[in-house]
Design a binder for this molecule. Structure first.
Ligand SMILES: Nc1ncnc2c1ncn2[C@@H]1O[C@H](COP(=O)(O)OP(=O)(O)OP(=O)(O)O)[C@@H](O)[C@H]1O
Length: 242
């Protein structure tokens, strides 16, 4: 089932063209990752999809009643502000205790509810943001560099959590990431964006395309050669390094 169809999308910001002629579809159960250099328009595309920015041209069709969950690139909370995880999870309102517990569990954050937000590790914090985006059981989960600042094992663990969320909810996942090697292992489809889409397809297809290698170099096909996509068990850092 198609969740999202983007046709001929142009977006301008501050009078400048930022995105040019974007076409993209995303179906239920798919993990699609957008990669691209800094300033290539990735965040702009996500913000346009969630409706925070308006297209200059083209259209975005969302399946009727589509529920989206969004994990932003950054969220700064004042470290001096006392706020437990449970209270943070209640801020969007309308969600039952059972719904909050379910979201925390799905995000791999069960048992963190009584902790202060300011005491969380980077990986725990990102899981809480993921849990918050899962409130309301989204059909489409959208993440903007959700693993920024995590160490390599934290990144790997977070992506495996996403795979489990996709499996559990059957939702589509659209994310932006700079973690090219992990992206290439965990995505069903990769979209390479540089203001327009320069290539798109399976991780293997994109990694070996001339457009991708011009932007990112040729290291990723080597990484793919030593990794075979498997949902379990999780690869460890040692296995990845061997
Ligand atoms: N409000 C704005 N007004 C004008 N230009 C903007 C605005 N927001 C972003 N831009 C410009 O749009 C371009 C794309 O920005 P965007 O944040 O979408 O890129 P990105 O690919 O997500 O970058 P990064 O990887 O660094 O996060 C950049 O050149 C940025 O300076």
């Amino acid at each position: 089932m198609t969740l999202l169809t983007i046709e001929n999308l142009d977006v301008d910001l501050g009078g400048q063209p930022i995105l040019d002629n974007i076409h993209l579809t995303l179906g239920r159960g798919e993990i699609v990752t957008i990669v691209g250099p800094n300033g290539s328009g990735k965040t702009t595309l996500l913000k346009t999809i969630i409706g925070a920015l308006s297209p200059a041209w083209g259209r975005i069709r969302r399946s009727p009643g589509l529920v989206m969950g969004y994990v932003p690139q950054r969220l700064h909370l004042d470290a001096t502000l006392p706020m437990t995880v449970d209270r943070f999870m209640r801020l969007p309102g309308r969600h039952s205790r059972a719904g909050i517990d379910q979201a925390l569990e799905s995000a791999g954050a069960a048992g963190l509810g009584k902790l202060q937000m300011s005491s969380l590790s980077g990986g725990q914090f990102q899981r809480i943001l993921l849990a918050r985006a899962l409130l309301g059981s989204p059909d489409l989960l959208i993440l903007d560099e959700a693993t920024q600042g995590l160490d390599q094992q934290g990144v790997i663990d977070f992506y495996h959590q996403l795979e489990s969320v996709r499996h559990e909810l059957g939702c589509g996942v659209l994310m932006v990431s700079h973690e090219l090697h992990v992206v290439m292992r965990t995505s069903d489809r990769v979209v390479c964006l540089n203001r327009s889409i320069c290539c798109e397809g399976t991780p293997e297809g994109v990694a070996s395309s001339a457009a991708y290698q011009t932007l990112f170099g040729q290291g990723v096909p080597d990484a793919l050669a030593v990794y075979h996509h498997d949902h379990s068990p999780r690869p460890t850092l040692q296995e990845l390094a061997s």
